[in-house]
Design a binder for this molecule. Structure first.
Ligand SMILES: [Fe+2]
Length: 364
């Protein structure tokens, strides 16, 4: 299948992967034919890429970082519990025990990831309409556990890190939804209000049974930056917990690669570049390097242009050499469709480079 930007979708194309609605129910099944109305609806829900079926690339099947069943269950748990947290404190209302609810989930994600030795950070939020906060919390959790595994944390450390990552933005459940989904630029006053979420989150988590203090500190410190330019306290370097320094990277990356009401999503290589502009100023170099080596900068199924002038689809990403994927070449340098598409392994053809990703110039 191929990964197509929402603006390039045409009526008549067939879906390559099912699409779930905000409640986790299948909205469109595989092979569903797209119509003008469906495309409009997908766009209005903030989807920016969709997998479509294509006979020349049928054998290219994206593999998620975690099992589909784990993802669906995780999103359902996050949605149900986060929604309960948004309700104002009412006497007699029982709030969920976050520690108990989410510990099992983190373990399940850890199991999924540990069974895939060469798991990469893949672009997510494709074919998904879940609300930003829920998707983001899950993505940051998955990315952070993966990096923690590569770093060599023990299982018990990974659980604390995963829990902190999953709940890092929980404070946002106490902010007005209108503020979180505002399509325009925030006023100074509104931005100050958003900046309260780390402290609110910390207060929610610090006395919560089953949430260790080190995980609560992830909520408190994930917007702190190495040079002290972060918030809420402007602490620096090693004053920021090591866990929060990992989450600073995965949180920023996921935010940049996600479509928001006020701006389009960046592609992985662009987001990586932005992170590197903050190398050793905002984010720790050694952690950025672990991240860089694990991020699939070219999403499977995406159209790329090669220095030979040919165009093709990312067909396979090598775990040890993610910058040099296999490309299924579909058109010749003159833009004519090839009668017989062929696979070109860039890890072997080192003189050929990717010059454009999805119509955008590749930088660096
Ligand atoms: Fe945050």
């Amino acid at each position: 299948m191929r990964l197509i930007p929402i603006n390039s979708l045409q009526p008549g194309m067939k879906l390559g992967k099912k699409i779930y609605n905000e409640e986790g129910i299948v909205l469109l099944s595989e092979n569903a034919e797209l119509t003008e109305a469906i495309i409009r609806r997908l766009r209005s829900h903030g989807l920016n890429y969709v997998y479509v079926a294509d006979p020349r690339t049928d054998d290219i099947v994206p593999v998620d970082m975690i099992e589909e069943s784990t993802r669906r269950r995780a999103l359902m748990e996050i949605r149900t519990n986060f929604r309960k947290m948004t309700e104002p404190a009412v006497k007699g209302l029982v709030y969920p025990y976050l520690g108990k609810t989410f510990s099992g989930l983190v373990e399940e994600i850890m199991d999924d990831l540990s069974s895939r030795e060469d798991a990469m950070i893949m672009m997510m939020n494709i074919n998904s309409m879940d609300q930003y906060l829920y998707r983001h919390s899950l993505n940051v959790c998955i990315y952070t556990i993966l990096l923690g595994q590569v770093h060599g944390y023990s299982k018990s450390e990974l659980k604390l890190l995963g829990l902190g990552a999953l709940l890092h933005d929980i404070g946002k459940t106490k902010l007005p939804l209108k503020l979180l989904t505002k399509p325009d630029k925030l006023t100074d006053e509104e931005y100050e209000q958003i900046k309260l979420h780390p402290e609110i989150g910390f207060k929610m988590l610090k006395d919560e049974p089953g949430i260790p203090l080190i995980s609560a500190h992830c909520a408190y410190q994930h917007h702190e930056r190495l040079n002290g330019s972060g918030y809420p306290r402007g602490i620096k370097g090693e004053e920021i917990s090591e866990f929060a320094r990992w989450i600073a990277i995965t949180d920023s990356y996921d935010a940049m690669t996600t479509h928001r009401v006020y701006r389009s999503a960046m592609l992985p290589h662009q987001a990586l570049e932005v992170l590197y502009t903050g190398c050793d100023l905002l984010y720790e170099k050694s952690k950025l390097e672990v991240f860089r080596d694990r991020v699939a900068i070219y999403p499977l199924g995406m159209m790329v242009k090669l220095s030979t002038g040919e165009k093709g689809i990312i067909a396979k990403i090598h775990g040890i050499f993610p910058q040099r994927p296999v490309v299924r070449v579909l058109t010749d340098p003159y833009g004519e469709d090839l009668k017989t598409p062929y696979d070109l392994d860039l890890s072997e053809q080192l003189s050929i480079v990717i010059t454009e990703v999805d119509g955008m110039n590749q930088i660096g």
